[in-house]
Ligand binder design. Structure first.
Ligand code: ATP
Ligand code: MG
Length: 295
């Protein structure tokens, strides 16, 4: 069995638009692989080229040059598409359908028999927390409900590979946690999940590997723990004296023990000591700043 489910090699996309055919290099020669069974986060600031890359992977637009493959075949290969689930960035659904009808319609597009569509539709609506809204027309759904429904339709064919463009967008913290849990449960079922996001804390919580895209170029690809340096950024110490709290930020080379000893000896209470290591957010800003300086 092939262990690579997405292959991207030196992929480029240059858009030409407007009367003067102005050129925008949206994706500038990127290469990476997504392996079977992993949760892969595709990260980057607004306009980095995430959606453009995903559209090329889905066969919706064509690369200017380079190669992309899905499930061992060409992206236009229908057999591969049957094993793929996709949530677009801003999905548009027919307003007058109900949640159940929309998932059923998605199932029909995959030629699923009626009994399978009914069973899977109920299961998926339950799984994304929309069972009670199953018979309500979509024009009455909130943004978060539409996003969940988008996920349900992406799973209707029980896909091996799920590609999600900003699955957490429009969701409140509880909704985001539910989607994170859902993505993790998909991995537990052996599926591969590739998703884009700029909500770094979400990516940090669930991704096995990440790619960071800045202005159409990949800055980093790899397992999170390898991308993040184990470097201590600073230590935050909170002291309390006469009911007043004060937070101190100690540089990595400062002697934390000495500061704590001096505080305790002078009768000051130590409330908290928090070493702060690099987070995905720090790495992200570091890469975006480096790219800005380079250009
Ligand atoms: N059809 C198009 N014609 C011209 N330029 C385009 C087109 N689609 C995207 N672009 C440009 O390509 C660049 C990358 O856009 P893309 O939508 O891929 O970014 P993104 O990383 O998905 O951003 P976001 O986080 O905002 O969704 C942007 O500069 C955008 O303006
Ligand atoms: Mg996008």
């Amino acid at each position: 069995m092939n262990d690579t489910v997405i292959t991207v090699e030196n992929l480029r996309k240059t858009f030409a638009f407007g009367f003067f055919r102005r050129k925008v290099e949206a994706v500038r020669g990127i290469s990476f692989e997504v392996r079977r069974g992993e949760i892969f986060g595709f990260l980057g600031p607004n306009g980095a080229g995430k959606t453009t890359t995903i559209k090329m992977l889905m066969g919706l637009i064509f690369p200017t040059s380079g190669k992309c493959e899905l499930l061992g075949g060409r992206v236009t290969d229908l057999a591969a598409k049957r094993r793929l689930g996709f949530l677009p960035e801003s999905p548009y659904f027919y307003d007058y359908l109900t949640g159940r009808e929309l998932v059923d319609l998605a199932g029909r597009l995959f030629d699923l028999p009626a009994a399978v569509r009914r069973r899977r539709g109920d299961d998926l609506l339950e799984r994304v927390g929309l069972s009670k809204a199953a018979t309500i027309p979509l024009r009455k759904y909130s943004k978060g409900m539409l996003q969940r429904l988008g996920l349900a339709q992406a799973l209707v064919n029980d896909p091996e590979l799920v590609v999600l463009d900003e699955p957490m967008s429009g969701l409140d913290p509880i909704g985001r946690k539910e989607i994170r849990d859902l993505i993790v449960s998909l991995r537990a079922e052996g599926k591969t999940v590739f998703f884009s996001t700029h909500i770094l804390s979400d990516a940090e919580l669930i991704c096995d590997r990440c790619a960071i895209l800045v202005r159409g170029q990949l800055r980093d690809v790899g397992p999170l723990d390898q991308l993040l340096s184990p470097k201590l950024l600073h230590t935050e110490v909170v002291l309390e004296c006469n009911g007043l709290k004060e937070a101190k930020r100690l540089a990595p080379d400062e002697d934390v023990d000495a500061v704590l000893r001096a505080a305790l000896e002078s009768g000051v209470k130590v409330v908290a000591v928090q070493p702060r290591y690099e987070h995905l957010e720090d790495l992200f800003y570091r890469e975006v700043e480096a790219e800005k300086r380079a250009s």
